[in-house]
Design a protein around this ligand. Sequence first.
Ligand code: ATP
Ligand code: MG
Length: 205
Amino acid sequence: MQYNIKQKVMLNIILFGPPGSGKGTQSENLIEKYGLNHISTGDILRAEIKNETELGKEAKGYIDAGKLVPDETVINMLAKKVDEGLGNNAKGFIFDGFPRTIPQAEALDDMMETKNLEIDCLLALEVGKEELVKRILNRGKTSGRSDDTDEGIIQQRVEEYENKTAPIADYYGKQGKLKTIKGEGSIEDTFDLLCDAIKQGVSSN
Ligand code: ATP
Ligand code: MG
């Protein structure tokens, strides 16, 4: 008889939300508290652009236009990072900015399955559109990010989010893994809400 017991020693979280909702900021806090690997597809792509790699050259046009990079490109990129992360002693993963489409979510679930791992929860930060645009324009003053300075491009990013990314919340909701968090409070308050949600998510599994 074959048993199919999932390894439950890891904590694997998706930090989800529209552009400017605070995923990067909160990831920093969460990886420190829980000892997790941080996988940010946005950060990886920006590093590739900086290093002028083939991947970076391909991604730049999409990013500068406020569009999503093609699924196949980011999925391949991610698998490599997960393998690297499994080689260190981290206690799990925090996925920041991935998945951003349903095919990416399906690919992530498949990939985790083959490694006998599982996503524990999707933490969805909720922030209104006006606040998002305000935050990103403000970040653009110092971030050096070409996609943070033009309001039209920011609107395009929010639109991509609404059309292609938002449905992922439902996808994980159907698996009983969705936790929504109010993301308009202070960084500290939002962090506390995220930690509470993680506690609940892990104990209910
Ligand atoms: P936040 O402000 O919440 O940290 P963000 O949306 O401002 O998030 P990133 O996650 O850094 O920024 O993404 C920047 C850009 O990189 C996206 O607009 C998109 O072009 C590209 N990108 C990042 N992750 C993906 C992905 N999983 N699929 C497709 N494109 C991606
Ligand atoms: Mg980010």
